[in-house]
Design a protein around this ligand. Structure first.
Ligand SMILES: *[C@@H]1O[C@H](CO)[C@@H](O)[C@H](O)[C@H]1NC(C)=O
Ligand SMILES: *[C@@H]1O[C@H](CO)[C@@H](O)[C@H](O)[C@H]1NC(C)=O
Ligand SMILES: *[C@@H]1O[C@H](CO)[C@@H](O)[C@H](O)[C@H]1NC(C)=O
Ligand SMILES: *[C@@H]1O[C@H](CO)[C@@H](O)[C@H](O)[C@H]1NC(C)=O
Ligand SMILES: *[C@@H]1O[C@H](CO)[C@@H](O)[C@H](O)[C@H]1NC(C)=O
Ligand SMILES: *[C@@H]1O[C@H](CO)[C@@H](O)[C@H](O)[C@H]1NC(C)=O
Ligand SMILES: *[C@@H]1O[C@H](CO)[C@@H](O)[C@H](O)[C@H]1NC(C)=O
Ligand SMILES: *[C@@H]1O[C@H](CO)[C@@H](O)[C@H](O)[C@H]1NC(C)=O
Length: 682
C-alpha cells in the first residue's frame, strides 16, 4: 500500500464518505423464484405462421416452418440445404454435402502430433423435441478409449433448433471430455457456411465495412502475395475489382463487435444470409480478442475460438487427463428478403435489428440441453469501478466505459489468455457503474481495464455466482501501475496502435473499401513494407515536445526491408530533455505493447552501442497482428525501473531495438509509452 498524507486521506474520507457507506450496505444476495418463462406460443404473430414440421427421410432430416426448410444429413448433422424464398438452396450445391454447413475443429495431441481437421460428424441422431412451436435435433459423436489414436478425444453433441415463425435456425454444441482421457489441444472451433457462389456477392461486416466481393475463382485466377491468404486480383470476373487485394483477415473484428455479419444475394427479390452471435460468453480471450467473420467463398463463420491474433496461448490445451465441458452457442442463421423495389441494404438494417432482439433475449429460454442454463439459473453481478491515480487527479476518478468482466480465476490480466471457461463482459456507464447479467453459476475473478488508463484491474476476492443470485459488490478501486509523475507520454493507453501513424498502402496493393473508409486503413495489405520507404536511411526518431505521435510514430515497430526479401532489425529513438535529474528514487518507463510477434524488444538508455540492453522483453508473442492487418493482438505491459544514475541533466535518448530480424512480420506494436519521474513525497 502506498503511503498517503493526512491531507489526501481527508479528501478521501470527506469526498467519498457516501461511497464508504454504500460499501457497507449494498453487499447482498437474493434468490429469485426459479420459474422458466415459457415461450409465448399463443402470441398472434406466432400463431399466424404455420407449425414447425419434421420430415425424417432415409439419410436426411428436414425442419420446415413454412418460412424456411433446413435439410441435415443423418446421422452426421451436416447442413446440406437451406430452402428459402423460392430459392432451392442458399448453400453451394456444387460442394459435397459435408462442405456446405458444418461445425469443425483443428486439433493435435501427443498421439497425433500433426494438426488434424475434424468435421465433428455425428454417429447418432436423436430428435430432442418435435412440437408445433419448436424442433430440436441432436447429432452426437462419442469417443472411447478403444478407438485408434487418430480420432479426437472429445464427445460432441451438435444441436439444431427451428422455431415457429422464425426465418432461420439456431445451432449450438456441447463439447465434453471425461476425466482420464488422453491429452488434446484444440486450436480452432467454429460453425461455417458455404453459400451459393452465383447468388451472394455483397458482404456486410459493419455499417462501414461492406462491399461487392470477388469470387473464389477470382482468387484462383489472381496472384498470391506474401502469404496464401492475400491475393492480388489480376483477372476478376467483375472488372471493377481489377488490381485489388483480397485477404479474409481484412474483415476480422473484435469479438465484442462481432455479433452480426453476412451476405446479400443478387436474386430478385434479394435475400440476406446472416450469422448472428448473440453472446460472447462462450468465446475465449475476452472482449477484444479478434477473429474472422465472413469472406470470399462466399463463406460466413461464427468463430467460437481460435489462435488468430493471439497465438498458441489461445489454443485450448488439456493435459493430465483433465475433464472439460463447454457449450458453444446457440448462434442464429437468420434469413431475410426484400421486396422487388426495395433497396437491398434494407436487409442489413433488418439483420442488425434482429441481432438486437437476439442479444436482448439472451440467455435464451428454449435450448433444451441441460448444460445450457436458463435465465433463472443464472446470476447477476453489479458494482462500481473507480480509479485512484494521484498523479492524474487528487480525487478518485470514475471509470467511464471501462470493460468489466467475469472470467475463471486467474492472475491480473489472465482473461486475455483464458480459453476453457465462460466469460461475461460489460462496460461501465459514465459514473463507473456496471451490471453483468446472465452469468452462469461458478467461481470467477472480476477483471477490468479502462480505455485511457494503463494496466489491468483484478478484484482481490473470488466472485461466487449462484442461480438467481444478485451479487452487489462494493465500490472497487483500481490503482493502475504508477510510480511517479508523468514526464512525457506517447500514444493513448487503449490496447491498440490505431492512434499512431498508419501509412497509405502501396497504390498497387489496395482494398478499395479501406481507401473509402480511411478510419480503418490499418487493414490494408503490405503496410509493413512502407516503413523502409518512409525511413530509407535512418530509423524512426521521436523528439519529445517536437514530434507528434499521430504523424511521427509508425504504427508498428517492424523490420527494415532492404530488398530481395531480406529484413533487418530496426532501432527507434526517443529523445527528451531532463532539466535536473532527481536521485531520490527510480524513474519508470511504462512500456505497453498492443501486439508482439516473435519479437524481442530491447531498451538501451543513452548508449545505443551498449552490448547488453538495459532491459529486454525476452522473446515474446505470436499474435501475427502485423501480417493479419490487426491493429492489436495480445496486450503486454512492462514497467521498467530506470536508475537516476543512467539519466543526464539535458538531453537523453531511449533506444528501442526490436532485435529479431529475418522477416517482415516479426515485430511489436506499441500501445503507450510513459516516462515517470521518481515518486513524489508530500
Ligand atoms: C419446404 O418444403 C415443402 C415440401 O417440399 C414445400 O412445400 C415448401 O414450399 C418448402 N418451403 C420453403 C420455404 O421453401
Ligand atoms: C496410441 O498411442 C499410445 C500412446 O502414444 C500408444 O501406446 C499406442 O500404441 C497407440 N495405439 C495405436 C493403435 O496406435
Ligand atoms: C506428420 O507430418 C509429417 C510431415 O508432413 C509426416 O512426415 C509425418 O509422418 C506425420 N506424422 C503423423 C503421425 O501423421
Ligand atoms: C467403443 O468404440 C468401439 C469402436 O467404435 C465400439 O465397438 C465400442 O462399442 C465402443 N464402446 C463403448 C463403451 O461405447
Ligand atoms: C482410425 O479411425 C479412423 C476413424 O474412425 C479410421 O478412418 C481409420 O481408418 C482408423 N485407422 C486405423 C489405423 O485403424
Ligand atoms: C474459487 O476459486 C479460487 C481460486 O481458484 C479458490 O481459491 C477458492 O477456494 C474458490 N472458491 C470456491 C467457493 O470454490
Ligand atoms: C537475392 O537472393 C537470391 C537468393 O538468396 C540470390 O541468388 C540473389 O543473388 C539475390 N539478389 C540480389 C540482387 O542480391
Ligand atoms: C530501483 O530499481 C532497481 C532495479 O529494479 C531496484 O533494485 C531498486 O530497489 C529500485 N530503487 C528504488 C528506490 O525503488
Amino acid at each position: 500500500m502506498e503511503k498517503v498524507g493526512w491531507k489526501r486521506q481527508w479528501v478521501f474520507l470527506v469526498g467519498w464518505f457516501g461511497i464508504v457507506v454504500q460499501m457497507l450496505l449494498l453487499t447482498e444476495c437474493s434468490v429469485k423464484t426459479p420459474v422458466r418463462i415459457p415461450r409465448n406460443i399463443n402470441s398472434q404473430e406466432l400463431m399466424s405462421s404455420p407449425p414447425v414440421q419434421l420430415h425424417v427421410l432415409d439419410q436426411h432430416v428436414i425442419m420446415d416452418n413454412g418460412l424456411v426448410n433446413v435439410t441435415l444429413s443423418t446421422p452426421q448433422g451436416m447442413v446440406t440445404g437451406i430452402q428459402y424464398d423460392g430459392i432451392d438452396n442458399l448453400l453451394e450445391e456444387q460442394n459435397k454435402e459435408r462442405n456446405r454447413g458444418y461445425w469443425d475443429v483443428v486439433w493435435s495431441s501427443t498421439r497425433q502430433p500433426n494438426d488434424s481437421y475434424d468435421l465433428l460428424e455425428g454417429t447418432d441422431f436423436r430428435v430432442i423435441m418435435e412440437e408445433e412451436y419448436q424442433i430440436e435435433l441432436s447429432f452426437t459423436k462419442t469417443w472411447n478409449s478403444s478407438l485408434n489414436n487418430t480420432t479426437i478425444p472429445l464427445n460432441v453433441d451438435k444441436r439444431f433448433i427451428m422455431l415457429r415463425g422464425s426465418p432461420g435456425f439456431y445451432s449450438y454444441a456441447i463439447f465434453e471430455r471425461l476425466e482420464g482421457w488422453p491429452d488434446l489441444s484444440i486450436y480452432q472451433g467454429r460453425i461455417a457456411f458455404k453459400l451459393q457462389e452465383q447468388l451472394f456477392n455483397y458482404m456486410a461486416v459493419s455499417d462501414e465495412r461492406q462491399r461487392i466481393m470477388p469470387t473464389a475463382q477470382d482468387r484462383k485466377n489472381g496472384q498470391v502475395l506474401d502469404f496464401p491468404e492475400a491475393v492480388l486480383l489480376t483477372n476478376p470476373a467483375n472488372p471493377a475489382l481489377q488490381g485489388e487485394v483480397d485477404d479474409k483477415y481484412q474483415y476480422s473484428c473484435d469479438d465484442k463487435d462481432n455479433q452480426v455479419h453476412g451476405w446479400i444475394g443478387s436474386s430478385n427479390p434479394p435475400v440476406g444470409f446472416w450469422m448472428i452471435t448473440p453472446s460472447d460468453e462462450f468465446r475465449t480471450g475476452g472482449p477484444v480478442k479478434q477473429d474472422l467473420t465472413s469472406h470470399v467463398g462466399p463463406t460466413t463463420l461464427s468463430m467460437f475460438f481460435s489462435t488468430h491474433y493471439a497465438g498458441g496461448s489461445l489454443g485450448i490445451k488439456f493435459e493430465n487427463e483433465e475433464p472439460w465441458k463447454k457449450v458453444f452457442g446457440p448462434v442464429l442463421v437468420y434469413l431475410n428478403s426484400a421486396s422487388v423495389d426495395d433497396d437491398p441494404l434494407k436487409l442489413w438494417e433488418d439483420a442488425k435489428e434482429q441481432m438486437l432482439i437476439e442479444t436482448q433475449n439472451w440467455p435464451y429460454n428454449f435450448p433444451l440441453s441441460e448444460d445450457y442454463p436458463f435465465s433463472y439459473q443464472r446470476g447477476e453481478v453489479t458494482g462500481r469501478l473507480l480509479i485512484r491515480d494521484r498523479y492524474i487527479r487528487e480525487e478518485f476518478m470514475t471509470a467511464n466505459s471501462a470493460y468489466v468482466g467475469l472470467a475463471p480465476p486467474g492472475d491480473v490480466g489472465s482473461w486475455q489468455r483464458e480459453n476453457k471457461g465462460y466469460q461475461f463482459w460489460t462496460r461501465t456507464d459514465a459514473e463507473g457503474y456496471f451490471l453483468i447479467k446472465g452469468v452462469r453459476s461458478g467461481n470467477y475473478s472480476l477483471y477490468a481495464w479502462v480505455p485511457g488508463i494503463v494496466g489491468d484491474y483484478k478484484y482481490d476476492k473470488s466472485v461466487i455466482v449462484s442461480p438467481g443470485c444478485n451479487i452487489r459488490l462494493s465500490v472497487l478501486v483500481f490503482d493502475p501501475p504508477r510510480n511517479g509523475p508523468t514526464l512525457w507520454e506517447i500514444g493513448i493507453p487503449d490496447r491498440t496502435a490505431a492512434e499512431f501513424y498508419v501509412p497509405d498502402p502501396n497504390p498497387r496493393l489496395t482494398n478499395q473499401l479501406y481507401v473509402a473508409n480511411n478510419a480503418e486503413k490499418f487493414r490494408q495489405y503490405g503496410l509493413w513494407d512502407r516503413y523502409a520507404e518512409l525511413y530509407p536511411e535512418q530509423d524512426l526518431s521521436y523528439v519529445v515536445g517536437l514530434s507528434n505521435y499521430e504523424t511521427d510514430w509508425f504504427f508498428a515497430h517492424v523490420n527494415r526491408n532492404i530488398g530481395n526479401k531480406t529484413y533487418e532489425p530496426t532501432t527507434w529513438q526517443i529523445t527528451f530533455d531532463l532539466q535536473n535529474v532527481i536521485d531520490t528514487g527510480n524513474y519508470t518507463l511504462q512500456l505497453a505493447l498492443a501486439s508482439a510477434h516473435e519479437a524481442n524488444l530491447q531498451v538501451r538508455i543513452n548508449d545505443q552501442e551498449a552490448e547488453e540492453p538495459y532491459f529486454s522483453t525476452g522473446f515474446i508473442g505470436k499474435d501475427n497482428a502485423i501480417a493479419r492487418h490487426g491493429i492489436h493482438g495480445l496486450y503486454w505491459l512492462f514497467s521498467v525501473d530506470i536508475s537516476a544514475s543512467l539519466l543526464l541533466s539535458g538531453s537523453n535518448t531511449i533506444f528501442l531495438r526490436q532485435s529479431k530480424g529475418a522477416g517482415p512480420f516479426k515485430g511489436v506494436m506499441y500501445d503507450y509509452i510513459r516516462l515517470e519521474g521518481p515518486p513524489e513525497t508530500d
